[in-house]
Design a protein around this ligand. Structure first.
Ligand code: CDP
Ligand code: MG
Length: 865
């Protein structure tokens, strides 16, 4: 709010920015008097102060008005009061040395591309430059508005907002963040860090992004889909804002020099935007290749880390692995080897785990030991299949007892780690202790850990793949690109000369690593993007200025999905249903569930279900492999997961939830979580992730609000404990889900003519609409006790061994022609029984035989109107 800024605000003459004596103080309220001031509520006391100041500076305001808008806009400069330690660190950053050149370019051009090595200060400094140059002020160069910074990763949005607020000496009310379900933005917010998806949603409500004066698209080299789409949209918004007289500036930031897709793309920016590259003070990094490439890279990383720690001079260590599970595993192995006195949150958690183990030895069940809930609806995943597991205890044998005396602080870093735990990697380490950060790809460019001297690079990364036709997703651990490998190596030379140990040979680097990584948009389904773009009024998505366009097949597949859902008409136009669907911040299928959910008083359940399906990793991953269970299918042993069993006990007596299969389990979880008092204990018992569950609660609230906004008459309120649905409601819920998942139906493969052995093996085999089959019920699915003839599933996951159906729910054959007729083929009317005519409604009713989907499953005859 204005009064908070006034004490820092100075307006200086054009030429003599540095001559402090000539600085002319003008209070910001002056601008407010012109009716342009920032809005916001003040408390009464402050209101008085404002009035007082206004009278003092009124005359100066007139002077300012006379000098003309344009001139004044260039002249504003805001002074910040930075903490002392920050001044020192900033002075070292290459970006700070280039402030003048960068700001000149921003002021002279609507779009600026800024390239600079990771750690050169782009993310933390650029928003500050913009703020200091008055971009948030009504009399600033763009006529006021927020500075928005988009990040592809949530971790970065949250942690950068904290850091920048601290550096600027401002509060989180002023420098804030917003990720899908949570944020701390207020009416005082001047700099907002957010995920790229959040800004994309905002464009739907505010097509010209009027609330912003500058948008900074960070980490553009990562080429996340939302970043790509944002750039396409911004390229159209900028000329419109230019015309409106309140220009919008765009700064695209990249950690690599590979920006031709943005700069040399006449569809995107007709005149190539100026590209600045900041030379960073990078120290030489010696790259060491391994002579051979090991199969067990986690073990190899362990051995290399031990060796470095034992033999090499002080300097922090950074290890790159592919996923959370591997990270935790290596952390545990290293901690077991090297003692460290500093207690961390992680260790406390370890303590909890030990306690559980202890209890187990007393006869309790070990909750860690089993595979948990089917992880339905996850959009991203760091941990699926790991590499072959060997015993960590065996590794240790190769490190001598003497070496184990050397203290090392081992910290994990991955995207789902809670923010306060992420912050630990930035904290100073006690004298004589080596810090070792074991990280996933997040440490490659988004987060810079200070004082790293040694990098251990496994050369691997985990990527999710989708089959364009079947929609089957797989997680594959594969080689990073050469560009990524070089980024990783660069992390070692930030503050001193460093070393990078690549756990693969130079031949592998040359021959197996691609030069660059592929943009995400080329490797994932785009139905959500197409729906959002149509809702933005972009009729012909194929003509959109994508930095790299998705394949025509992917676009066509997306249109087919949306047409099947009724979101698009056959000529590709957005329907009313599609418009409603697009207003929910969830994938189109779930959007449809919400849009049709009110019909049977089922909305509270639908909302909870969609919330739970949209949040990834509800259940803690354990380090025990669940492979064995998977391969055997499930024998007669019944429920194998005790965490799941604990959850199922919650379901006991709630027969109505059980009708909903895995989805019923999810609903029970949501209700039980909101209801439970001792949540820590509850989550320890069930394996539910508190953070994910809080996200579900927030999303429930957000979706309830959206529904109320679209349909004020409903006046929905959240019933936290979510009482079980009535039987009729449960049936309707199944039907609602089916109506949205007509292309995700599977039919049980008949085992009638099989041998007894095959019968047992194929008990859980299905054929699904999108592939020839067979696919299988996941071993921990709640439907394995009684596999139904037909079911719907959320997604398919290829484990490498089998394809699994995840998030399943039984449906009745008779519902298919009624609820998803678009996937049915109806034949000629049958002779018997004869058609009937109802004169009141003028309808003929007759029986038709019907088949479903591409495999033409016979559904028998159905009476149709
Ligand atoms: O965006 P870019 O990679 O160019 O650099 P940055 O993220 O702005 O980081 C600049 C410097 O700030 C690095 O040396 C980081 O280590 C430091 N930093 C920090 O000390 N604490 C944070 N929470 C974030 C960054
Ligand atoms: Mg950055």
């Amino acid at each position: 709010s204005p009064h908070k800024v006034t004490s820092h605000l100075e307006v200086v003459g054009d030429e003599d920015e540095e001559e402090e004596e000539e600085v002319q103080m003008i209070e910001m309220e002056v601008e407010e008097a012109e009716g342009e001031g920032p809005e916001g509520e003040e408390e009464e006391v402050e209101e008085e102060k404002v009035k007082e100041e206004r009278t003092v500076t009124g005359e100066e305001a007139n002077v300012a008005v006379e000098t003309g808008v344009r001139e004044r806009r260039v002249a504003v400069f805001v002074q910040l009061k930075r903490p002392g330690d920050v001044q020192e660190v900033r002075a070292q950053l290459p970006v700070v040395a280039e402030e003048g050149r960068i700001m000149e370019s921003v002021s002279g051009s609507p779009v600026t591309v800024l390239c600079g090595e990771t750690g050169s200060g782009k993310t933390t400094q650029l928003p500050q430059f913009l703020y200091e140059h008055g971009y948030t002020l009504p009399n600033g160069p763009c006529g006021g508005g927020m500075i928005g910074v988009t990040e592809p990763r949530r971790v970065a949005a949250v942690s950068m907002s904290h850091r920048v607020a601290y550096e600027m000496g401002l509060s989180q009310r002023q420098v804030s963040y917003q990720i899908r379900y949570e944020g701390n933005a207020t009416e005082d917010t001047v700099i907002k860090f957010m995920t790229d998806g959040v800004l994309l949603r905002e464009i739907e409500q505010d097509l010209l992004l009027q609330r912003y004066s500058v948008v900074v698209v960070d980490e553009a080299h990562e080429r996340s889909v939302f970043t790509d789409i944002l750039l396409g949209l911004l390229s159209r918004i900028i000329p419109l804002r230019e015309k409106s007289g309140r220009p919008l500036k765009l700064v695209v930031m990249s950690a690599t020099l590979r920006v031709e897709d943005f700069t040399k793309n006449p569809l995107l920016f007709p005149s190539p935007p100026p590209t600045l590259s900041v030379e960073s003070r990078q120290f030489p990094v010696t790259v060491h290749f391994s002579r051979r490439t090991p199969t067990s890279y986690v073990r190899e990383a362990y051995l290399k880390t031990c060796k470095i720690h034992k033999r090499l001079p002080p300097g922090h260590l950074l290890v790159f692995l592919t996923g959370q599970r591997e990270v935790l595993r290596l952390c545990r192995a290293l901690r077991g080897t090297f003692p460290c006195t500093q207690s961390t949150g992680e260790e406390r958690e370890e303590g909890g785990r030990r306690e559980r183990r202890r209890r187990k030895s007393r006869g309790d069940v070990d909750l860690d030991k089993y595979p948990l809930l089917p992880e339905v609806g996850r959009t991203e995943c760091e941990d699926e299949e790991g590499e072959e597991e060997d015993k960590e205890t065996d590794w240790k044998a190769e490190v001598s007892a003497h070496d184990r005396q050397l203290p090392m602080l081992v910290l994990p870093l991955y995207s789902l780690l809670p923010p306060e735990r992420q912050a630990e990697v930035f904290r100073p380490v006690p004298e004589g202790v080596r810090l070792c950060v074991v990280a996933t790809n997040v440490a490659e460019t988004s987060i810079t850990i200070p004082h790293v001297k040694y990098v251990v690079d496994t050369g691997k990364v985990k990527r999710r793949y989708y089959d364009k036709v079947t929609g089957i997703s797989t997680f594959r651990v594969e080689w990073v690109s050469q560009a990524s490998a070089n980024q990783r190596a660069g992390r070692a030379g930030r503050t001193q000369p460093g070393h990078c140990y690549r756990l693969y040979s130079s031949a592998v680097f040359q021959n197996l690593l691609s030069q660059f990584s592929q943009p995400e948009i080329c490797s994932r389904p785009v139905d959500d993007l197409v729906l959002q773009m149509k809702a933005l009024g972009i009729e012909r998505v194929a003509h959109f200025p994508f930095p790299t366009p998705p394949s025509p097949e992917a676009l066509q597949a997306a249109e087919m999905v949306l047409e099947g859902l009724g979101a698009l008409s056959s000529d590709g136009r957005l329907t009313d249903l599609g418009r409603t669907m697009s207003r929910f911040p969830v994938s189109p299928r779930y959007g449809k569930m919400l849009a049709v959910g009110h019909q049977y008083n089922c909305l509270p359940y639908v909302i909870s279900l969609v919330a739970a399906l949209s949040v990834k990793e509800l259940v803690v991953q354990t380090d025990h492999s669940s492979r064995k269970g998977e391969e055997e299918g499930r024998g007669e042993g019944g429920v194998k997961s005790s965490g799941l069993a604990a959850l199922r006990r919650l379901c006991a007596g709630k027969e109505e939830f059980r009708l909903l299969g895995d989805l019923g389990l999810l609903l029970t979880v949501v209700g039980a979580w909101s209801h439970s008092r001792g949540r820590t204990e509850f989550s320890a018992k069930t394996g539910l992730q508190p953070r994910a569950m809080r996200e579900v609660s927030r999303l429930r609230q957000q979706l309830t609000n959206s529904v109320n906004m679209i349909c004020p008459d409903l006046n929905l309120v959240i019933d936290p404990s979510l009482a079980p649905p009535t039987e009729a409601q449960a049936r309707h819920l199944c039907q609602i889900v089916l109506a949205c998942l007509g292309d995700r139906v599977a039919r049980k493969i008949s085992t009638d003519n099989m041998s007894a052995e095959d019968k047992r093996k194929q008990r859980f085999s299905y054929q699904c609409v999108s592939c020839e089959g067979p696919v299988y019920l996941a071993p921990n699915s709640s439907l394995t006790s009684c596999p139904p003839d037909y079911l719907v599933y959320q997604d398919l996951l290829d484990s490498g061994h089998r394809i699994y159906l995840r998030g399943v729910m039984a449906v009745q054959e008779a519902w298919l022609p009624q609820l998803v007729p678009q996937f049915c083929k109806f034949s000629e009317p049958l002779e018997l029984p004869p058609p009937t005519f109802d004169p009141n409604t003028s309808t003929i009713r007759c029986h038709m035989s019907c088949t479903y989907g591409p495999h033409q499953w016979p559904l028998g005859s159905h009476e149709m109107a």
